[in-house]
Structure formats: structure tokens, C-alpha cells
Design a protein around this ligand. Structure first.
Ligand SMILES: Cc1ncc(C[n+]2csc(CCOP(=O)(O)OP(=O)(O)O)c2C)c(N)n1
Ligand SMILES: [Mg+2]
Length: 578
């Protein structure tokens, strides 16, 4: 199929051919030629956001809710640089998005032209790949390649920067284009020798742990994981990026590992003699001080990205492959082993941890609201079929700890980058990708003020998300560190030196949303139920909570996981044999 058209028309046609139905963006000079044919597209819906950062996070939320590539679009210079944060975020969390930016005309590149920024240079270290297109003939092939690269192997962000004159010039549109990606062949099939080796270690182990990361859901391997876990009887921990990939209600689930992980999960990893890492990075927020992490454990590490293997912790059995294939092969190999591991003593020890160190929190005597209680009630009343997004800070950790996740992909948050402002636009993107699912953004009062303008987009575009602001009046997580490590010197963390600026209920109403406020524990259920009944416009609930609530357990940054505290100055007593 060949047809004469402009580069801009070829761009829109290519987006239609790769199956794009939603693009989040804002127009401007350099990208303007592309917006003209976009206006006519019956297949691609463009969602006009209020800030490009919102477009990028919305594309991430859309991608994570659908499993497809999310798309955002911006003009050159400041439009493009406003996408840098979501691109970096998507890179850290391996989220497949394609960012399309307009660039100044090719003859002007390098002249400091109006709204020129070298966005492909700027994003080089934070994209899986990026392209600068100056020839209109290259547009369809580049789009095909960008979507292929974003979605395959270890997913990630791809930037396509297109010079304005390439958008304006005539070209011959051809589809399908022939992709030219020499050297890009992600390995998905694991090596059978490594799989057999892993199965042997599993049979020999006395204290194994399945350390499950975001890569398992990205490989759509939650069902295989469940089968593998039940076949072997090995305890499971799920990282921040993997919450929901293994059901929280399952008796083999010990919770989240890491800085704010559960005592059983952290303790299990420290005492383990075999860690089977699936789609994980041995991130510092999980390992704590690396040299003291899980000192007795052999490591089986499976990941689709060979660069992750032995990056932080040496892998005794490295497995490069897609987690769905890896786990399926592990299931077969474990079945083939005539020996079976005996983990009964291990479970006795772990059950004791669970009984001694259950999840908990302090309530306040003055009758004010504990944020953890809000999470518990959201979990009970909204349930596990909803999608939850979170900002970054204390509320994010409480959302990870106190909401029960049963389904993969139902907790969408900014793990690697820790980007404040992620929750609301990500919720918008998730809701647009999955319109029949209830979507709650659990946001901090600080985070919310970074991207709340997308409430206008939600109202106008008919995207009825629900927002729970956990309003402690503070940059709470930073304040927590000031409490613990800076002698309670609260430098620049109080957001309400003048109370109720802004008034979140009034702000919600100004954006055409319903605004609700809840300040007492006895009102929480009724408020959540009211929010659940409103489905035609976005709802924002201002949950005013006590400013002194803290996130526990905690491993202080840079210290050993052995130093975990389950409350202030309260360390677990590990068994005498440790
Ligand atoms: C863009 C950005 N700036 C700064 C930080 C550092 N930071 C991490 S958590 C946090 C406080 C967040 O406050 P809030 O949204 O109110 O959440 P809370 O911790 O109070 O629940 C800050 C400033 C960050 N993670 N991201
Ligand atoms: Mg706060």
C-alpha cells in the first residue's frame, strides 16, 4: 500500500496502524503540523492535558492498566522538557511508552532557534531508545520501530523527535514498513541448563524465598507464579512494583520486602539460604546495605535484561529470559526432580515472625484520623478489583502496606524514580485504558499540588477517577526523616503554615469535581461510600489525618536490613540461632 501524503499525515496514519487509540498531549509550534491530521483521525483520540508531565504519567497509567504502549505528545523545547520526568520515571519502572515531540526545522537545529532543546540528547540516558527524524520518508518505519522497542524485551520509554519540516514535507506512505533493528533481539527463552541448576538448588534449600518483582506482571506471569509457589511451597515476597502479582490473602505471602517492608518478609530474606529473584533488580530500597543483605543466600536471578543479572548482587544461577517462560520451565524442572525440598522448619520460623510481628499502627488519643485506618477502610469498601495509584511518600507506603491486593497490576505507582505528582495523571490514564474499573488515586497533599490541574482534564474528558488525598499538612515522608535523623528540626516540610491553603474541597469544586472532606474515624466509611456512589464526575476526598503518623517498619537508609525497626526504637528479636 503506497499513498502520497505529508509527514504529519504519515505520522497519524502510522499511529493508527500500530493500534494507538489514545494520545495524551499539548500542541505547540513545532508539533502543530501533526495536530492538523490528528483532528481528523477517527481512530486516535487526543486528550488535551494541562501540563506535559500529566501527559507522560497518563501514558504510563494507560500502559500499566492495559498492557499496551502508552503515548504522549508535546511540542519542542519546554513542551518536550516537561516530558523528561515521566520519561525518566518510565525508564526506572520499565513502562512501555512512546513520546512524540516536535523539533524545530532541521535547518535550524543547533542554532538555538526559538523553542529548541536537544530532547534526544537530554533523554539519551533515560530512554530505552530514541530517534531524531529529519526525513519524512523515515516516519512510518520509525513509529513501527519505536512501538516495537517500547513493548518488547524489557519494556521502556522510546522518544521520537520529529523536525517540523519533516512533518510538513510530502512523502510516500508505505505500510507495513521494514524495520531496521540490527542487534535488537531480546532473549526470551531461558537456558535449560540454568533452569535445571535452579531446580536442584530449590530441592536442596532449607530456607528458600521467592523474591518477586515488577518483571513478573510485565511478563503476565502471575498465574505461573501461583502454580510455581504452590508446587514448591516456597514463601513469597512481592516488591513495591509487584504488589498484587501474588495474592495478599495467600498463606505463602509474607508481604513486601525492603525499607518499609514487613518484618516477616525482610527477616525471611535475611535468613534465607536461597533467594529466587524473578523480574527484580536487587534495588537498594530492597537490599538495604548491600554487603549485609541475605548473607547466607545463594542467588537464582531471572530477568529479561541481562544487564540486571549480577549488577548489585552476584547471581549463582543467572537466567536471562521472559519470566513467563522462566517460571513455566521452572515448574517443569521442579516436577522432574525426584527430590523435593523440605521447608517445614522454615515455615515454623516464618509463622512465628508473622505471629510476633503483625502489621499494625498507632491510633491517636485526640480522636484524629490515622492514615493507615483510611487505607484499611478503602481496602475493605472498595476492594481488590479496583486499580489504585499512588504518589510518593508516606501515603504511598501505607497504600502498599494496608490495601489488600489480589490481582496483578492493580497497584500502579512510581517505584524507581519516586516521582511526586504521579498518582493523579496516572489514575486518569489508567481509567481511560480501563473505563469499567474503579480507579482510586491515593495521593499526598504535597504530591497532589504538583499535578492536580489534570482534574480539569478528567472532568472535561469525562474520566471519573476518585482521589483520596491523605492530607497530613506536610511533606510527610521528609518530615519523618527529620523526626528520626534531624532532631525534629522541621525545615521546610510544613505545607500549612497558613491552614487550609489550598482548601482541597473548594479546589475540587473549582475543577468541576465533587469535593468531600473527612476528619474523623467515624466518618470514613460513609465518606468512602458516598465517593463510590458518584460515577459521573471525578471525586476528591480530603482525608485530614494526624501529622505525626509514621511509616513502620523501617530500615534506615544505608543500614542493614538486620536493623529493621517495627516501631520507633523497637527492633525485632531474632531467634537465638541467627
Ligand atoms: C518531584 C519530587 N520532589 C521531591 C521529592 C522528595 N520527596 C519524597 S516524599 C516527599 C513528601 C511528599 O509529601 P506528600 O505528597 O504530602 O506525601 P506524604 O509523605 O505526606 O504522605 C518529598 C518532598 C520527590 N520524591 N519527588
Ligand atoms: Mg503529606
Amino acid at each position: 500500500m503506497t499513498e502520497q501524503m505529508t509527514g504529519a499525515q504519515a505520522l497519524v496514519r502510522a499511529l493508527e496502524h500500530v493500534g494507538v487509540d489514545t494520545v495524551f498531549g499539548i500542541p505547540g509550534g513545532a508539533i502543530l503540523p501533526a495536530y492538523d491530521p490528528l483532528y481528523d483521525s477517527a481512530k486516535v483520540r487526543h486528550v488535551l492535558v494541562r501540563h506535559e508531565q500529566g501527559a507522560g504519567h497518563a501514558a504510563q497509567g494507560y500502559a500499566q492498566a492495559t498492557g499496551r504502549v502508552g503515548v504522549c505528545m508535546a511540542t519542542s523545547g519546554p513542551g518536550a522538557t516537561n516530558l523528561v520526568t515521566p520519561i525518566a520515571d518510565a525508564y526506572m519502572d520499565s513502562v512501555p511508552i512512546v513520546a512524540i515531540t516536535g523539533q524545530v526545522a532541521s535547518a535550524a537545529i543547533g542554532t538555538d532557534a526559538f523553542q529548541e532543546a536537544d530532547i534526544s540528547g537530554i533523554t539519551m540516558p533515560i530512554t530505552k531508545h530514541n530517534f531524531l527524524v529529519i526525513n519524512p520518508d523515515d516516519i512510518p518505519r520509525t513509529i513501527a520501530e519505536a512501538f516495537h522497542i517500547a513493548a518488547t524485551g524489557r519494556p521502556g520509554p522510546v522518544l521520537v523527535d520529529i523536525a517540523k519540516d519533516a512533518l510538513q514535507a510530502m512523502t510516500t506512505f508505505q505500510w507495513p514498513p521494514v524495520m531496521q533493528l540490527p542487534g535488537y533481539r531480546p532473549v526470551t527463552r531461558p537456558h535449560s541448563k540454568q533452569i535445571r541448576e535452579a531446580a536442584k538448588l530449590i530441592a536442596d534449600a532449607k530456607r528458600p524465598v521467592l523474591y518477586v518483582g515488577g518483571g513478573v506482571h510485565k511478563a503476565r506471569a502471575a498465574a505461573e507464579l501461583l502454580e510455581f509457589a504452590e508446587l514448591t511451597g516456597i514463601p513469597v515476597v512481592t516488591t513495591l512494583m509487584a504488589r498484587g502479582t501474588f495474592p495478599d490473602s495467600h498463606r505463602q505471602h509474607l508481604g513486601m520486602p525492603g525499607m518499609h517492608g514487613s518484618v516477616p518478609a525482610v527477616g525471611a530474606l535475611q535468613r534465607s539460604d536461597l533467594i529466587i529473584g524473578l523480574g527484580v533488580r536487587f534495588d537498594d530500597r530492597v537490599t538495604g546495605q548491600l554487603s549485609t543483605f541475605a548473607p547466607h543466600a545463594k542467588i537464582v536471578h531471572a530477568d529479561i535484561d541481562p544487564a540486571e543479572i549480577s549488577k548489585n548482587r552476584h547471581a549463582d544461577v543467572p537466567i536471562v529470559g521472559d519470566c513467563k517462560e522462566v517460571i513455566s520451565d521452572l515448574i517443569a524442572a521442579v516436577r522432574n526432580e525426584d527430590r523435593k525440598g523440605d521447608y517445614s522448619e522454615w515455615w515454623t520460623q516464618l509463622d512465628a515472625y508473622r505471629a510476633t510481628y503483625p502489621r499494625g499502627y498507632d491510633e491517636f488519643e485526640d480522636g484524629s484520623l490515622a492514615p493507615q485506618y483510611v487505607m484499611e477502610r478503602l481496602s475493605a469498601l472498595v476492594g481488590p478489583d479496583a486499580i489504585y495509584t499512588a504518589g510518593v511518600g508516606q501515603h504511598q507506603m501505607w497504600a502498599a502496606q494496608f490495601i489488600g491486593y489480589e490481582n496483578p497490576g492493580t497497584f500502579i505507582n512510581s517505584g524507581g524514580a519516586g516521582t511526586m505528582g504521579f498518582a493523579l495523571p496516572a489514575a486518569m490514564g489508567a481509567k481511560m485504558g480501563s473505563p469499567d474499573t474503579t480507579v482510586w488515586a491515593i495521593d499526598g497533599d504535597g504530591c497532589f499540588q504538583m499535578t492536580n490541574q489534570e482534574l480539569a482534564t478528567c472532568t472535561i474528558e469525562g474520566v471519573p477517577i476518585k482521589v483520596a488525598i491523605i492530607n497530613n499538612g506536610n511533606l510527610g515522608m521528609v518530615r519523618q526523616w527529620q523526626t528520626l535523623f534531624y532532631n525534629q528540626r522541621y525545615s521546610n516540610t510544613d505545607l500549612q503554615t497558613v491552614r487550609r491553603i489550598p482548601d482541597f474541597v473548594k479546589l475540587a469544586e473549582a475543577y468541576g469535581c465533587v469535593g468531600l472532606r473527612c476528619e474523623r474515624p467515624e466518618d470514613v466509611d460513609a465518606t468512602i461510600k458516598k465517593a463510590m456512589e458518584i460515577n459521573d464526575v471525578p471525586v476528591v476526598v480530603d482525608f485530614v489525618v494526624h501529622q505525626d503518623a509514621m511509616v513502620w517498619p523501617m530500615v534506615a537508609a544505608g543500614t542493614s536490613n538486620d536493623e529493621i525497626k517495627f516501631a520507633r526504637d523497637m527492633a525485632p528479636v531474632w531467634d537465638s540461632e541467627d
